[in-house]
Design a protein around this ligand. Structure first.
Ligand SMILES: [Zn+2]
Length: 142
């Protein structure tokens, strides 16, 4: 049994089911890579950054591909930062659903991930101009 599910199996309606889609078992690879809910977020990020989505088989493969990305420019930095932010945002969404009985749509989770990246880049002097909104033409303004 996956570590994620062992921690609090009684909090989910279906202990072996993914709380984001209810279509599959909650494994690390499903939760962070192959869950349809999460795939929409990955697809949106790769679309906005114009980086091909490679349909990774598992989280390890995905993180290896992200770390080896040849985009050494702002886009590559945002890609790596966005990946970490998405993992965090998905984990937060999973926990909100289980522990707080609150549900966000994938777009809201994606916005949260972008705000995480933007807050770091805007707050860091050296990265000030490396914002998601400047690169992607987004609407985030703070
Ligand atoms: Zn799922």
């Amino acid at each position: 049994m996956e570590v994620l599910q062992r921690r609090c199996p009684d909090y989910t309606l279906f202990p072996s089911r993914c709380i984001l889609c209810f279509n599959d078992c909650e494994t690390i690879d499903h939760l962070f890579v192959s869950c349809p809910f999460v795939c929409r977020i990955w697809l949106e990020m790769t679309k906005e950054l114009e980086i091909p989505w490679c349909n990774p088989v598992d989280l390890k493969t995905w993180l290896e591909q992200v770390s080896m990305t040849s985009h050494g420019d702002k886009r590559g930095t945002l890609f790596r930062a966005g990946t970490i932010a998405i993992l965090w945002a998905v984990w937060m969404e999973r926990n909100h659903r289980i522990f707080a009985d609150k549900t966000n749509q994938w777009e809201e989770v994606w916005d949260f991930a972008k705000r995480c990246v933007a807050s770091v880049t805007y707050g860091h002097k050296a990265l000030k101009a490396w914002s998601w909104s400047h690169l992607c033409g987004g609407t985030y303004n703070s």
